[in-house]
Design a protein around this ligand. Structure first.
Ligand SMILES: Nc1ncnc2c1ncn2[C@@H]1O[C@H](COP(=O)(O)OP(=O)(O)OP(=O)(O)O)[C@@H](O)[C@H]1O
Ligand code: SF4
Ligand SMILES: [Mg+2]
Length: 325
């Protein structure tokens, strides 16, 4: 990859208590190059949102805290910059669309005023803010952008709100866009549409995109790289093509098997992922996936695997080579 624009290095997030610390995100490293699209996939509770919130320093601290790690944006560690610089980065160089979009809008203000306000906070004049607001509402494909501009949030559908959030995020021409999926399963189709939209807009701007989702199917043809998280760690990273052709972690294979119409290209005894993901703060020794894994061996009960290189730029945290499955 070319030099990373955003580099998350060995990030640990957790809950420090007086006598012990519960780790939730346990050593996540992700590099994103300019113009790259990266999907971050994992079941509920795997630490996707906490990782992204740590990047923009919006973790609920306390009780949560970054325990260790670096978040380098073009060589500058965002975990060390002062509040003033941080405000310039947030919503400026890095824009984030949150998992619960309604909660980041003010119910009492017109959509247009809220986008304009965000632009003015980043130095735009009143006229420029108005012009840019019209432009971005148009860009995200809203059928009647003028009506949306003068609407209150509750007057819009969930899909329209998602588009508004993307418009707001794009308004400052960020270098990195982080989008955390909406919570409801119903929104999968909308998610896909929005990701398609972002992909087309991205071609013009060259921004990097991090797309967080439960659903591997949503990102299948739309991202270049995929990171799979499980119990606060990355268990597999690979190009999208490689991941779908030849997954290297049993959990990824199981996710693929559970996708309708996919998952026939590889051998796997798993058709549904039985069991539930473990609580990352209550892990016992060994591989956190072992109780759900059909390929577990003795060693899996004692030692947690680190990411192991699997060729073609892919890596997986599994003791077993897929050739042995
Ligand atoms: N404020 C908090 N205090 C304590 N624990 C928290 C807090 N926020 C999150 N957690 C815990 O951290 C773990 C990871 O949460 P996170 O929100 O990052 O998961 P996620 O992968 O985004 O899940 P989802 O797909 O449901 O959004 C979960 O077990 C969650 O219960
Ligand atoms: S390390 Fe063992 S338990 Fe964990 S995914 Fe690999 S085979 Fe399964
Ligand atoms: Mg989340």
């Amino acid at each position: 990859m070319s030099n990373p624009l955003l580099s998350i290095r060995d990030l640990h997030v957790g809950l420090p208590h007086r006598r012990r610390t519960d780790e939730i995100v346990r050593g996540v490293s992700i590099d994103v190059a300019p113009g790259e699209k990266l999907g971050i996939v994992g079941e509920s509770g795997s630490g996707k949102t906490l990782t992204m919130l740590a990047v923009v320093r919006l973790l609920a601290t306390p009780p949560l805290a970054v325990l260790k790690g670096e978040v380098m944006l073009d060589g500058e560690d965002l975990l060390k910059v002062d509040e003033r610089r941080l405000r310039a980065v947030r919503g400026g160089e890095i824009a984030m669309v949150y998992q619960d979009p309604m909660s980041s809008l003010n119910p009492l203000l017109h959509i247009g005023s809220q986008i304009e306000e965000a632009l003015r906070a980043h130095g735009a004049s009143s006229d420029d803010a108005k012009r840019r607001t019209r432009e971005v509402l148009q860009q995200v494909g809203l059928a009647d952008p003028e009506r949306v501009r003068t609407s209150y949030p509750h007057q819009l559908s969930g899909g329209m709100i998602q588009r508004v959030m993307i418009a707001m995020a794009l308004s400052t021409s960020p270098r990195v866009l982080i989008a955390d999926e909406p919570t409801t399963a119903l929104d999968v189709t909308i998610q896909r549409q929005i990701l398609e939209l972002v992909t087309s807009l991205q071609a013009e701007t060259g921004m990097a995109v991090l797309w967080v989702t439960h659903d591997l199917g949503v990102v299948a043809s739309l991202v270049d790289q995929v990171v799979v998280m499980y119990a606060g760690r990355i268990v597999e990273k690979a190009s999208t093509h490689r991941l779908f052709e030849r997954p290297s972690h049993p959990y990824t294979a199981a996710l693929l098997e559970s996708l309708p119409g996919l998952g026939t290209a590889h051998r796997s005894a798993l058709h549904q992922i039985g069991g539930t993901p473990p609580d990352p703060t209550r892990l016992s020794a060994g591989c956190p996936f072992r109780l759900r894994c059909s390929y577990a061996i003795e060693k899996c009960a004692h030692e947690e695997p680190e990411l192991i290189d699997r060729g073609d730029g892919s890596a997986a945290a599994c003791w077993r080579d897929p050739a042995q499955w």
